[in-house]
Design a protein around this ligand. Structure first.
Ligand code: SF4
Ligand code: CU1
Ligand code: NI
Length: 706
């Protein structure tokens, strides 16, 4: 029985190769063999070829070389080894076909998205390391019972798996009303062959976060097998092509679970009915563990809904956002003053309100715990954003007294009321902060006079906290915190998080590190004593160096916190923006992850630049950082600070806004932000240099960088 299966894989590989050959020949006939070939939005050419072969592909001719290699992998004889190699050949050929089909962008009608660009991979990176995306499910084929497939995929969404769909199942799930798209971390790729975009996504995870270079196929296969927790759910009777693709997935170390009777290969190929059994088998085989927080509310709740936006037309009630006053506050209190699980709602509630209502809102969460500290209040308070977004049909924007919450009509129809909002906060605060929080109570007010009185008190607390934050400086504390969360993807990467330099993902600041250590002392955040100060300007500390050396497995020997040129911090892959030196301009440019343009003064857009920065290695002259690091007094201290910045995307300027201007004024350069060029002013080093000379940018007067 195995032999037939293996022979079919080989036959399928031949079919895909043949199709790739004719499609390539056709394209070459139309456009010439030197015509360019690439996917849109990636720094890794054809990623499967990039990661698994040493063939560089930038033209149709290059793709021909990939097909030659693929062909050499297909041998007659139905053995397991031959079948797996045929699988690898199939992936290479499918990647060529995929790239050819993207000549004019996504070739598929909506909702299919086609190739998933690097920017989305990077955005998801942080969720993959912090566990809110515990794994990846690839669902392919055609469901015999669409309702069963729909409930299986909804289950995946609730536990936060990243989901890729290919084949008829896309339209089947769409018809079943399953929410699809980036917002739900569920990517309907396209027809069956588009499953290759799940594979090239996984390969890019290794290239982006794993520090694996071009053509390091053994390292890549090990990465896919050990670090990417992905499994494939194959629905419906497979044809030879589907079998060949499945063999490719197995070659990459993924587990394939079919709903058909197939001869099982332990750990690689299993047969289970679609639905719960299939889901359980996939998660078990890949060691995906989920810490589910069951919240007793009438709507679904989980990380899959975190990115969901609720449009105005779908909104039933909203709070804040300019239409009413709204605020949120977390306070700690002595245990005798907090009644655990007390959820109070004072004032008008959601059921019964006419659609389109705006109400004032005050959310006050009180927590008590032996290990709770005043300093952690802001850490817990910022978590409200994420918790409210976890609801299906609830959206949260901003924070403090600018908070804005929308409740969708869909949630109200299911009976959602404010007590449920309280329950979400109660349950998730307990779960997320279990070691520091013993009791949680929530009070929600919607009466104008209560909210106005409450917000005055809240503002006093915010002001107190801000004053405290100003005293927390790198010089004032003895300990910084490590973050090694990203080591699950970038094994040698260590972030050092100090009061004046947040993690490069933008998600972890010094207080988060401190709270993280209290919550899980053996976790990724640990206190690191600064030790002797070796150089206060560069940010060199004996204790930090020793810690980094040990925890990077001796690959990084020194790390200067405030320098980009000399022993800079390593970058994993989920940086919010990249700093790159522009030698001609004696300065540094800043490009953020959202920037889609390719033309910058260093000659590369974000995605190409990112390709040369990540993987947990030091790259002097380049560095991934969190956006808010630009506002720090310790920003590039070794190189002259903010005055070194000569180019920055518009979006970055707007994002940092007034705070950036204030910081410039503080260093005596009130006009600096307008002197810094952006993409509308300069796209080349030449244009940049002449702009800088014209406006008299201070970087021109700083010591040479190189
Ligand atoms: Fe990863 Fe650094 Fe962010 Fe931690 S702080 S999650 S290691 S990028
Ligand atoms: Cu990271
Ligand atoms: Ni910001």
């Amino acid at each position: 029985m195995h032999e037939n299966l293996f022979a079919s894989c080989i036959q399928g590989a031949r079919a895909v190769l043949g199709l790739a050959r004719t499609t390539l020949a056709d394209a070459a006939g139309r456009r010439g063999k030197d015509a360019p070939l690439s996917y849109p939005g990636t720094a890794y050419e054809l990623p499967v070829a990039f990661g698994l072969t040493d063939i560089s592909v930038s033209t149709l001719a290059g793709a021909g070389n990939v097909l030659d290699l693929a062909e050499s992998l297909v041998r007659d004889g139905g053995t397991a080894e031959n079948a797996l190699d045929a699988g690898a050949a199939t992936l290479l050929a499918a990647e060529v076909l995929g790239a050819l089909s993207h000549e004019k962008g996504n070739p598929y009608p909506p909702p299919a998205v086609g190739f998933v660009p690097d920017s989305i991979l990077r955005k998801l990176g942080i969720f993959m390391v912090d566990g809110s995306v515990p794994g990846v499910a690839v669902v392919v084929g055609k469901a015999s019972d669409p309702a069963v497939a729909a409930s299986m995929v909804r289950g995946f969404q609730e536990i936060g798996l990243l989901v890729f769909l290919a084949g008829d199942v896309v339209s089947q799930l769409d018809a079943e009303g399953v929410k699809l798209g980036e917002e739900f971390k569920t990517f309907p790729l396209g027809p069956l062959p588009a499953v290759i975009h799940a594979v090239n996504f996984a390969v890019r995870a290794g290239l982006t976060f794993g520090g694996i270079g071009r053509g390091q196929s053994a390292a890549m296969l090990a990465y896919l097998a050990n670090r990417v927790k992905a499994f494939v759910c194959a629905l419906g009777p497979p044809d030879a092509v589907a079998l060949a693709v499945a063999a490719g997935a197995m070659k990459a170390g993924l587990t394939v679970i079919a709903d058909q009777p197939v001869p099982e290969i332990p750990g690689l190929l299993l047969s289970r009915p679609a639905g719960e059994e299939m889901a359980r088998a996939g998660m078990e085989a890949r060691g995906i563990k989920v810490k589910m927080v069951k919240v007793p509310i009438p709507i679904a709740f989980g990380p899959a809904f975190e990115g969901e936006r609720i449009r105005k037309a779908d909104t039933h009630v909203e709070f804040g956002g300019g239409r009413s006053m709204a605020y949120e506050l977390v306070r700690s209190a002595p245990p005798e003053e907090v009644r655990d699980r007390e959820i109070e709602v004072v004032g008008p509630d959601i059921p019964g309100l006419p659609a389109g209502t705006a109400l004032p809102l005050g959310i006050e969460v009180r927590v008590a715990g032996a290990r709770m500290q005043r300093d952690f209040e802001s850490v817990l308070e910022r978590r409200i954003h994420r918790i409210v977004n976890y609801g299906e049909g609830t959206m949260h924007v901003a924070q403090r007294d600018t908070t804005w919450i929308r409740i969708a009509a869909e949630a109200v129809e299911k009976g959602f009321a404010l007590a449920d909002l309280g329950m979400m906060l109660y349950a998730k605060m307990h779960a997320d902060f279990e070691n520091i929080v013993d009791k949680v109570s929530v009070r929600i007010s919607t009466r104008e006079e209560d909210v106005l009185a409450g917000v005055a008190g809240a503002r006093a607390v915010y002001a107190e906290r801000d004053a405290r934050a100003r005293t927390l400086t790198d010089d004032a504390v003895e300990e910084f915190y490590s973050c090694t969360l990203c080591q699950s993807f970038a094994p040698n990467h260590v972030c050092i998080v100090s009061p004046e330099r947040l993690g490069l993902c933008g998600a972890i600041n010094w207080l988060d590190g401190k709270a993280g250590y209290e919550i899980t002392p053996t976790g990724p955040n640990r206190p690191v004593a600064k030790g002797a100060v070796l150089d206060p300007v560069k940010g060199a500390f004996e204790g930090i160096n020793a810690f980094v050396r040990e925890n990077s497995r001796n690959t990084v020997h020194e790390m200067n916190l405030y320098s980009i040129m000399e022993a800079p911090m390593t970058s994993c892959g989920c940086f919010e923006c990249i700093l790159a030196v522009i030698p001609e301009a004696n300065g540094v440019m800043v490009v953020n992850r959202e920037f889609a343009g390719q033309e910058t003064p260093c000659g590369m857009g974000f995605s190409s630049l990112a390709g040369s920065v990540g993987g947990g290695v030091q790259t002097p002259g380049f560095m991934g950082v969190g956006k808010h690091y630009l506002l720090s007094r310790k920003f590039l201290g070794a190189e002259g600070g903010l005055a070194r910045v000569v180019w920055m995307t518009r979006e970055m300027k707007e994002h940092l806004g007034e705070a950036l201007r204030e910081r410039a004024a503080e260093i005596g350069l009130p006009g600096l932000i307008d002197q810094i060029a952006d993409e509308t002013v300069a796209k080349t080093p030449e244009a940049l240099v002449s702009h800088l000379a014209k406006v008299g940018h201070p970087a021109l007067g700083l010591p040479p960088l190189l």
